[in-house]
Design a protein around this ligand. Structure first.
Ligand SMILES: *Cc1c(COP(=O)(O)O)cnc(C)c1O
Length: 226
């Protein structure tokens, strides 16, 4: 049976749930940005969400975004595209050319490469630092104990615009613990942005202060398994 997906309808539902979660937490819904994660999905699946007026999207692979988004941007101006997947040094140039926000600054080498490329093109993209809150060996991100130093290096030595922190909690743990930890680390570093919460847990993330939620399958449907 083929799954019937109505992305525009899903967008409306998710947007309403974000607003409700924000109000429950005595927060202004306008302070929470929905990053619609369109990775793997083709233009036909993304278009209804663009036609509904949504402007902020997330992709996790540089090459896929390079292939998909230039044409969509011509049709729909003023898109803000977030890179939410790992960045390799050899992809920094196309990433800076393709994206508007880099959420996954996770090591000094990438921070330096980004700073060099921003200088070269004369455009500074806002960045988030990815934190490996679960200290998982296979996962990208700065360890919690190293974040304070890394934030200082990025801001003071490299001149990056650090908007906040981002995390992807371990799949088998209560995400709220990780959201609370990320919020605490951001606060002690004077950072306002918190990119946390996905389809299964964005309401909880908003209660704990998320300013950006990254929601894919709740809008676009299940991703085809590779
Ligand atoms: C795929 C992805 C998401 C969206 O996940 P869903 O569970 O489909 O909402 C969020 N963040 C990152 C980093 C992702 O790779």
């Amino acid at each position: 049976m083929t799954e019937i997906v109505d992305p525009a309808n899903n967008l409306a539902r998710v947007t309403a749930e974000i607003a409700a979660a924000a109000r429950d937490a005595d927060r202004d819904p306008a302070d929470v940005t929905l990053v619609a994660v369109s990775k793997v999905h083709d233009a036909a699946r993304i278009r209804p969400v663009l036609e509904a007026g949504h402007k902020v999207f997330g992709e996790n692979r540089v090459q896929e975004a390079e292939e998909k988004w230039p044409a969509l941007r011509e049709e729909f101006p003023d898109i803000t595209l977030h890179l939410i997947g790992p960045l390799q040094s050899n992809k920094v140039k196309p990433a800076v050319a393709t994206f508007d926000v880099i959420e996954t600054v996770d090591r000094p080498k990438i921070a330096r490469a980004l700073a060099t490329e921003f200088d070269r093109v004369g455009r500074q993209l806002p960045c988030f630092i990815q934190v490996n809150t679960g200290e998982e060996p296979q996962k990208a991100g700065v360890l919690p104990v190293d974040v304070d130093d890394f934030v200082r290096t990025c801001k003071d030595d490299l001149g990056l615009i650090i908007k906040g922190l981002m995390c992807i909690p371990p799949i088998d743990e209560e995400p709220a613990l990780h959201f609370a930890l990320l919020a605490k680390i951001a606060e002690r570093n004077g950072l306002k942005g918190l990119s946390m919460g996905m389809s299964a847990d964005y309401a909880r993330a908003i209660k704990l202060g998320a300013t950006h939620v990254r929601v894919g399958s709740a809008i676009f449907g299940d991703r085809p398994k590779p």
